[in-house]
Design a protein around this ligand. Structure first.
Ligand code: PLP
Length: 391
């Protein structure tokens, strides 16, 4: 079966954050928006068909979650990632980010510290700060266009006030797929310091050949007992607007505590259409996902080649996962004596809306994140604008 990712799908007027809020965000309505991490590619036909069939029924009242949803999740985790999950470990959520906040509220007290590894997806910091927790930064090291963890520094900096660590696995924005040995070393520190580990694995299905996602909780039973894994089909199948995600929590007490938080906010009833999409995508979407990964890999390689050829002062490397390129623009900024705001403005003036690296922490200064999940011809237009701005 062939899949068409090349034909552009207009998102104008679809209430897309990326397209329909350009004027407000960038001050002009004609930028090519390559920032928010969703795709300008249609969701799989099987998901669209299942949604259309459910929408055809004219009543959208309260619904219950059937056993098939849980089965779809555990089959997916086993087939794609070799992790055996039990149905009772799963707690449905309206998003991964609410899951981050619920973990902070459930497992830490105000004033305690959450460990984050910047540059990293900004809600990792924000979920700590908006709940009056402190942030302990364990910055990643950037070597040869690739992030690594600084575990010696983590071991040295951890104190009694640290309760919880937010891990981004695979990593956004750097695109690393943490290897088994890296996760094992991190896990040893987590065990030694009696931390709860929150592993955000929303990018786990978007891993390219040569790399393999290791669910943190699958590493060892003692790690599973202190890990909350957060996931969703939202990135993989481009269904983020349906707000349906899940936590996997093998430990009974942690799960009860997390569940109490879910109940307090009355978040238990999952989104009717989100459940239809999740079930269908996980059961029938695998062939589409294979084709998507080929397409994304092609786009990423194409973009890297273009940047290496035409932008000598911008450095990047093919990510191991995600549809996001992490562009090191520091050399370019130095030659112009420009700061982050000026770099961002300069790109907007050239018609490109990227995510400033500083959104992921001060460690992202001088970097930009570029989303390449779009038809190739539009990517070419974006690369031409990038070259005009930064060549
Ligand atoms: C690492 C990570 N976690 C969570 C999310 C968002 O998850 P949700 O939309 O389910 O809240 C994103 C979106 O970019 C992400 O990159």
């Amino acid at each position: 079966m062939s899949y068409d990712f090349d034909t552009p799908v207009s998102r104008l007027g679809s209430h897309s954050v990326k397209y329909d809020q350009r004027q407000a965000r960038f001050g002009r309505g004609d930028v090519l928006p390559l920032w928010v991490a969703d795709m300008d590619l249609a969701a799989p036909a099987c998901v669209r068909r299942a949604l259309a069939a459910r929408v055809a029924h004219p009543i959208y009242g309260y619904t219950h979650t059937d056993a098939e949803v849980y089965e779809a999740i555990l089959d997916w985790q086993w087939r794609r990632h070799g992790w055996r999950v039990q149905p009772e470990w799963i707690v449905l959520l309206p998003g991964v980010v609410p899951g981050l906040d619920l973990c902070v509220q459930s497992f830490t007290q105000p004033g305690e510290a959450i460990v984050v590894q910047p540059p990293v997806y900004n809600p990792f910091f924000e979920s700590a700060l908006r709940n009056e927790r402190r942030v302990l930064r364990n910055p990643l090291v950037w070597n040869d266009c690739r992030h690594g963890m600084d575990l010696a520094r983590l071991a040295a900096d951890l104190g009694a006030h640290c309760r919880l660590l937010h891990l981004c696995n695979p990593h956004n924005p750097g695109g690393r797929v943490w290897r088994r040995d890296e996760l094992t070393a991190l896990g040893e520190i987590v065990l030694r310091h009696d931390l709860v580990l929150v592993s955000d694995e929303i990018h786990a299905d978007l891993v390219f050949p040569g790399h393999r996602h290791v669910p943190l909780a699958s590493l060892a039973p003692e790690l599973a007992q202190r890990t909350i894994t957060l996931n969703s089909p939202g990135k993989t199948f481009n269904t983020a607007g349906l707000h349906t995600a899940y936590a996997i929590i093998p430990n009974r007490e942690l799960r009860a505590c997390f569940h109490a938080g879910v109940r307090r906010l009355h978040l238990e009833g999952a989104n009717l259409l989100g459940l239809v999409a999740l079930k269908t995508a996980y059961r029938e979407g695998e062939a589409w996902l294979g084709a998507l990964l080929d397409y994304l890999q092609g786009n990423l390689e194409h973009a890297c080649r273009h940047i290496h050829r035409h932008l000598p002062l911008v450095a990047c490397r093919m990510p191991e996962a995600t549809f996001l390129l992490w562009l090191d623009c520091r050399a370019w900024c130095r030659t112009r004596d420009l700061d982050d705001d000026a770099l961002h403005r300069h790109l907007v003036d050239a018609g490109l809306g990227l995510t400033p690296g500083t959104q992921f922490g001060t460690e992202g200064s001088g970097f930009m994140r570029m989303n390449v999940a779009l038809p190739r011809a539009r990517l070419d237009e974006a690369l031409a604008r990038l070259a005009r701005a930064l060549a």
